[in-house]
Design a protein around this ligand. Sequence first.
Ligand code: HEM
Length: 422
Amino acid sequence: MSRGDHDADRRRLLRAGAIAGVGAGIGAGAGVLGAGAVRTREDALGRTAAGSAADAEAAPTALIGEETIPFHGTHQAGIATPAPAHAVFLGLDLRPETDRDAVLRMLRVLTDDAARLTAGTAPLADTEPELAAAPARLTVTVGFGPGLLQRAGREAPAWLAPLPAFAIDALRPELGDGDLMLQVGAEDPLALAHAARMLLKGLRGAATVRWRQQGFRRAHGTVRPGTTMRNLFGQVDGTANPQPGTPAFDRAVWIPEGPFAGGTSLVLRRIRMDVDTWDELDRTGREEAMGRRLADGAPLTGGGEHDAPDFAARTENGFPVIAEFSHVRRARGVDAADGGQVIFRRAYNYDVAPDPGGAEISESGLIFASYQADPRAQFLPIQERLAELDLLNQWTTPIGSAVFAIPPGAAEGEMLGQSVLE
Ligand code: HEM
């Protein structure tokens, strides 16, 4: 193609894009103006009627800030729902004086606040109600540690206990455990900060914050919806997950019976990733450590991201193409009796200030959130295998660890955890 042809092509593409963009703008504008509920929220956002119409005309797409994810349902939101760009995980300790009645009161307030906030409505005591008006797909997911169940006089599931210690661990107690866990997610960090603060305000008579971990993925609109996330090693991370909405996902994640039926468990590991030394490894070495390509996440045995790895394939010299020490081979447990060892990973990246005065320029890694019906049967054998052998361990260190029982979702008028505590 000549340079001229190329330029003409580009101009045509740009023109087509501009026309499509205008169409989308008008369509979205009409949608925004037509929806009464949305208009109410626009009023809360402080726009004048004239400003609102002008905004709607100029808006290229509907506002993500106005989108909501239903709070009520069989399962809590924030697990099978698409992972938003931002999340904060909060670990809380119950105050010594918080008894069973106080736990129930706390959960009623928490449920009510979460239901309102996720719908874009300010909770009763909100002194900054404008910040609640754009929830940006806010979700609130609540988990119980063993301490909460004990305080409420209920028996904890046998698996609800700290994980055994692994040789690879360098756990910091201030980054783990807790009686209560809140996972708050949103596409907008301001909506998230406000929601987290409001929820904590409602809880503070009964509990204190033990740890707070904030994580991120790509900002909304940066890549196409459905794109697997990348972690700070640059890897495509989350490919071999069970897909929400499939029987395989339901089997792996939701607890089938008992007081927690419709709930799940969360294993939360804060895993430091040594990006400074990972940088020193060449691309081939990095891909061998994982068993997948960095460019597109495809297995080293070929195909696309979602094609199955061929663990039996050998190089000309007789070595496995996907190395014995690679993360995917060890995590999948192809040589082990691994029936039922399926987990759902919904991780977030973190990147915080390194220790002052230290040699490191980065302190980053994964807030590794793994959901499964039974952590002992599903998560633990995988973690044991990885702790025993996984080349990735050279650059990763678990520094925080916690296990929580996630009660099922609440129906309207119900309290979160009702089936477990009442
Ligand atoms: C910082 C630490 C970790 C990093 C950077 C990491 C990264 C990755 C990447 C890039 C993949 C390949 C793509 C995919 O299927 O998602 C993967 C797969 C996987 N990882 Fe990890 N991972 C880490 C820790 C863990 C831990 C702690 C576990 C569980 C104990 C785990 C379990 C798995 C599983 C089950 C797979 C899918 C294997 C398969 O069936 O193909 N990972 N991980």
